[in-house]
Design a protein around this ligand. Structure first.
Ligand SMILES: [Zn+2]
Length: 168
């Protein structure tokens, strides 16, 4: 899946392994993003990097600008979006958000019950629908969870995905 390729590219560039795509109602990819938090600030005005805000989803949203027919669009991410990105997804009222694997430490899925929030209830939330991609995504993110999360976060991660404890 494209989100995982983008996640790998982020690691090569020194950022965190997270990638996402936004797909329109016709199934076409209209934007891509990958984490760029540890990369130099870009020259292009619609690009964001070198910032804690430079998450894959925010990078894709900045590139998109105003989204046509958000109610037909789906955002696919390699990892459960954080509170900032989950909030942005709900705010633009995308039809759907799908992620390959959970983020039991920084993910927003358990924090925002989107179907119970009047401003965010338009977005359907689809956590890890594909088992093979979930496994691949957890393998990719486990070393980052070990490196970047505090002890408590890493514990939450291996409790959720114990099979990845050896990988990092
Ligand atoms: Zn985020």
């Amino acid at each position: 899946m494209r989100t995982l390729e983008l996640a790998r590219e982020s690691v090569e560039k020194g950022s965190s392994p997270i990638g996402c795509v936004v797909v329109n109602g016709q199934g076409q990819i209209i934007a891509e993003g990958r984490n760029r938090a540890h990369e130099p600030w870009p020259d292009h005005p619609h690009e964001v990097a070198d910032s804690s805000f430079a998450h894959a989803e925010m990078v894709a949203f900045y590139r998109l600008g105003r989204i046509e027919k958000p109610e037909e669009c789906t955002l696919y991410s390699s990892l459960e979006p954080c509170l900032m990105c989950g909030g942005a997804i709900g705010m633009v009222q995308l039809a759907r958000v799908v992620w390959a694997c959970d983020d039991p430490w920084g993910g927003s899925g358990r924090l925002i019950k989107w179907d119970m929030h009047p401003a965010y209830e338009k977005t359907e939330v689809v956590p890890h629908p594909f088992e093979d991609l979930e496994q691949e995504a957890t393998k990719l993110f486990a070393p980052e969870a070990r490196k970047a999360y505090p002890a408590e976060g890493w514990e939450a991660w291996i409790k959720r995905y114990p099979e990845t404890a050896e990988l990092s």
